[in-house]
Design a protein around this ligand. Structure first.
Ligand SMILES: N[C@@H](CCC(=O)N[C@@H](CS)C(=O)NCC(=O)O)C(=O)O
Length: 200
């Protein structure tokens, strides 16, 4: 049994989009929980088993999986027929895993630091900066419309997601890629799902 703990219009919305892309919505129970929001609304939900009260959180037959990168990798592997995962044994598997680790370890901190206008030599040494991060994405997208050429994968879904919330960076290559990702059926489903949940 699979349970996704989800809060509308949050980092778990991209997992809802992924489940739609994987044609796996029927296999997963989506439990809506509340979270404290940055505007002061909301609160931690005692029904959410995440150790920090966060979303997304996935429970699979009692095994708990946290962090968007791990959850999305896990689900894309679990439902391989959709072709959104690059499986173990494939020569691009390592590159595929690298995007998920880089997202969690570099993209999220760098985007937050840039949004807050924070810089420090140690931060630059550790993470580089927003322009280096965008250059890394641009270089990958020189080969095709998605991070793995013609193939849309769960890595595209994760990596473009902060831009879907915060807006495009104003770079022609990145903006076109974000538009392509946002035009996917999963993105439309997640938006409609969250809108309906919030209206209920
Ligand atoms: N690195 C985590 C971040 C999860 C996260 O911070 N989620 C936010 C929603 S966008 C949350 O649950 N916040 C509630 C809280 O901090 O208590 C992931 O990507 O899964």
């Amino acid at each position: 049994m699979l349970i996704l703990y989800h809060s509308p219009r949050s980092r778990s919305s991209r997992v809802v989009a992924l489940l739609h892309e994987l044609d796996a919505l029927d296999a997963v129970t989506i439990e809506r929980v509340t979270i404290p929001r940055q505007d002061g609304s909301g609160a931690s939900d005692p029904r959410n088993p995440h150790p920090e009260g966060k979303v997304p959180y996935l429970v699979h037959d009692g095994v708990e999986i946290r962090e968007s990168s791990a959850i999305m990798l896990y689900l894309a592997d679990l439902f391989p027929d959709a072709g959104l995962s690059i499986p173990p044994g494939h020569r691009q598997r390592g590159a595929y895993l690298s995007w998920f680790a880089w997202y969690a370890g570099v993209v999220e901190p760098v985007m937050l630091l840039e949004a807050l206008g924070l810089s420090h030599p140690a931060l630059q040494a550790t993470f580089r900066d927003g322009e280096a991060m965008r250059q890394r994405l641009r270089a990958a997208l020189a080969e095709g419309p998605f991070l793995f050429g013609e193939r849309f994968t769960a890595a595209d879904l994760l990596l473009h997601s902060p831009y879907a919330w915060f807006g495009k960076p104003g770079d022609p290559v990145l903006d076109a890629w974000i538009d392509r990702c946002m035009a996917r059926p999963g993105a439309a489903h997640a938006l409609a799902f969250d809108t309906a949940a919030q209206a209920a």
